[in-house]
Design a protein around this ligand. Sequence first.
Ligand SMILES: *[C@@H]1O[C@H](CO)[C@@H](O)[C@H](O)[C@H]1NC(C)=O
Length: 645
Amino acid sequence: MRLWDLTPSAALIALLAAPEISSAFYLPGVAPTSYKPGDLVPLHVNRLTPIGSNIDGTLRSVVSFDYYHPAFHFCRPKPEPKHVAESLGSIIFGDRIMSSPFELKMGVNETCKSLCTEKFDQSSSHFVNRRIAQGFALNWLIDGLPAGQLIEDEVTKTKFYSQGFALGQNDEQDMHLNNHYDILIDYHEVTPGQLRVVGVIVQPDSRRSQKDGEGDAQGSCGIGGPPLTLNENGETEVQWTYSVYWRPSATAWATRWDKYLHVFDPKIHWFSLINSAVIVVFLTITVFSVLVRALKKDIQRYNRLDSINLDDLSGTSAAIEDGVQEDSGWKLVHGDVFRTPKHPLILSVFLGNGAQLFVMAGFTIVFALLGFLSPSNRGSLGTIMILLYTLLGFIGGYVSARVYKTLGGEKWKLNIGLTPLLVPGIVFSTFFLLNLFLWAKQSSGAVPFTTMLVIVGIWFLISVPLSFAGSWVGFRQPAISAPVRTNQIPRQIPPSSTYMRPIPSMLLVGILPFGAIFVELYFIMSSIWFSKVYYMFGFLFICYCLMIITCAAVTILMVYFLLCSENYHWHWRAFLTAGASAGYVFANALIYWITKLHLGGFVGSVLYIGYSLLISFLFFILTGTIGYFASWAFVQKIYGSIKID
Ligand SMILES: *[C@@H]1O[C@H](CO)[C@@H](O)[C@H](O)[C@H]1NC(C)=O
């Protein structure tokens, strides 16, 4: 078995070999719980999420709802449902986990237990029928494991568990509410009397009449009877029932997540990844070999010309002619390449934040790859991202200050203030605005006000001071000296050819880094919008590396052509052309919207576009920064290797 095929936790365990030894290394929150026969196994309920219509597979909503939203009329535990403690990342990414009235006793089969009977009025019926039509799913957690439905992949013929199970069924004419659940739980016996939950399937069903099953263990719960339809013109009485079946299983606890993760065909995934990797590597090698050869020739010629001019030897007329003829190219702008660009303040603030994002993304992916962020540790991905971004405020401040000083900026107070406020401010206010829409919709996806306060608190009490400290250190360091002096008077820039103009060059360059991550982006999007688990961090790591390489390579090439055409405004150009791949990411999101989503409502569309814009903006800062620093290193290097009198 390849390491990539395993879940992160399973991979970690595989690495640590013996399970007895590795049990000492389980991380908090993912340690196994053993139950004795007859022990109560907790069933927690999470929010209801849209997972796509069962008719055409498109997603029709991006709004999620609390399990105990009054219109659903699900049975409540006595006296009140309790919140289950969650991590910050888990709350921000939408989990709302509560206790439930289900009683599951380890190893004890039960048929047809009645929970409660509820009356649906007209408006509730209408609400629930709408949710069924939109393909909403219930998300239960049993011993931390999501309850799914067994699904067979049409392509690979492998069976896997979906996350969540349907609220109701939607046939051509009617909506049927699922009011009976067959809960099938797989357990694994570690040692006699020590049982662990290793798999959960729920088969929901819709049954109109369950009278014979009420309170009667032998009852049939109306099996085979007509399905239940909620009447939108009157009251409907609904009885909620469930059965529990415990099945012994050979699956070990360590691999219990694997069934949830075999969602995509790994062969196709591998194929497309290798495909793009080969293209990227080939492209990069070509670019570099051409570039290095051209540069070597340039530098040799420049330095030879220099020595001829200096020594004023008679020399061969051919060499001088050669020199006169070819006295063009990037050397001509040596007195201008290090001239302060326009708006150095904004550029340095973006670069500081970009560096912060870059390091955060790298660390997160490596942590995930090492198995620290297994899906059983709910929300750990979000939490670690927020934590890392906060702590890396220092790097943001440092880089921003250093760049600003090097670019010759003078408003250092403004730089220190804007670095931790501008980009996070844009992100936070967009997030806050989108949240207002969710509040208005009474969706559970809305982040509670207290969580908002916690985020603002972390931002101002930890991230901002750290960024200030970083800026302080950055400003105390000397500016990075340029290898050539800048002339007093700026040079004229000759008109450039079409493809070197800003917009065409951005379109040309931006597509390549996007190409490197295109495949992975598809999986990330479906995990975000279809609530699927994302676990392929091995792929993500490779893609991240490929993206960095492409971004750097194509931007350097573009800057080389730019300088050769005697245009020395490379600072913003490098940032914007590399960042242009974010435009493709956004365009891709729009295409995804058209093909995969059928969001009827206004709120759904606003949310989708809003979050896509937010992600694209962060991606713009990230890729722009990669492109800029690669070009900066390149420019430093080439101008450092020519002699100038
Ligand atoms: C419980 O039900 C399952 C599935 O029908 C069955 O395999 C198992 O043997 C039953 N267990 C007991 C204790 O009856």
